[in-house]
Design a protein around this ligand. Structure first.
Ligand SMILES: Cc1cc2nc3c(=O)[nH]c(=O)nc-3n(C[C@H](O)[C@H](O)[C@H](O)COP(=O)(O)O)c2cc1C
Length: 193
């Protein structure tokens, strides 16, 4: 690994709901993976953004700088809840504002929800990212009935959850490094519609 060229990983906090639980999950994840060697972390909180930006129009700040941060990132972690057996509209709006910025990038997920732990959103997001030439990694971190699991910002099964978080980041690092090298050596050809 070239330590002078860390992988740029953006953590996207997907819920923009007032009173959301997602901030607790995201904070725990960020604290857990902080200091991972070879990774530069960025955090994009969708609650801070105007997701009504019209597709195809150069947006005003702060969206303009967010576009640049998405373009610069090599890998992403989406922290996603489950709404009606899928992911929230805020995440779809954010994804759809970008196209080439996802191409050839590695994507991972931290999910939470009721009995399914948000995994139905994760599987739905995999289909969306497949259409954008992004590679989703296998491992996930997921919390079923998340609101029962967290006390003082930490999950009850903290050791196992931290292991899952670190495994996810290691998979993203492997794929992210490999895809970055591939992007630098040749453009990814898209088959179109
Ligand atoms: C519109 C809506 C739909 C929901 N649908 C589901 C669902 O299908 N499955 C599930 O497990 N939880 C569902 N939930 C519960 C959410 O997973 C839970 O409220 C979670 O805390 C939402 O994340 P947030 O608080 O960060 O926005 C739903 C919540 C909302 C607001």
């Amino acid at each position: 690994m070239d330590s002078s060229d860390p992988l740029r990983m953006a953590v996207v906090i997907g819920s923009n709901r007032e009173g959301r639980f997602g901030g607790i999950v995201a904070r725990w994840f960020l604290e857990t993976i902080a200091g991972t060697e070879g990774i530069d972390l960025d955090v994009i909180d969708l609650a801070d953004l105007d997701l009504h930006t019209r597709i195809g129009i150069d947006p005003p700040e702060p969206m303009q700088s967010v576009f640049g941060r998405v373009a610069d990132a090599d890998a992403f972690v989406f922290v996603t809840p489950e709404y009606n057996h899928s992911f929230p509209a805020s995440i779809k709006a954010f994804i759809d504002l970008h196209v080439e910025q996802w191409s050839g990038k590695a994507i991972g997920f931290v999910s939470y929800g009721g009995i399914a732990g948000g995994l139905r959103s994760v599987e739905a997001l995999r289909l969306v990212f497949a259409s954008l030439n992004a590679a989703t990694v296998r491992n996930t971190v997921s919390f079923a009935n998340a609101w029962d699991q967290f006390t003082d910002g930490a999950p009850s099964d903290s050791e196992r959850s931290a292991h899952a978080a670190n495994s996810l980041v290691q998979q993203l690092k492997w794929w992210g490094d490999a895809l970055r090298a591939a992007r630098r050596s040749a453009p990814l050809v898209s088959a179109g519609e």
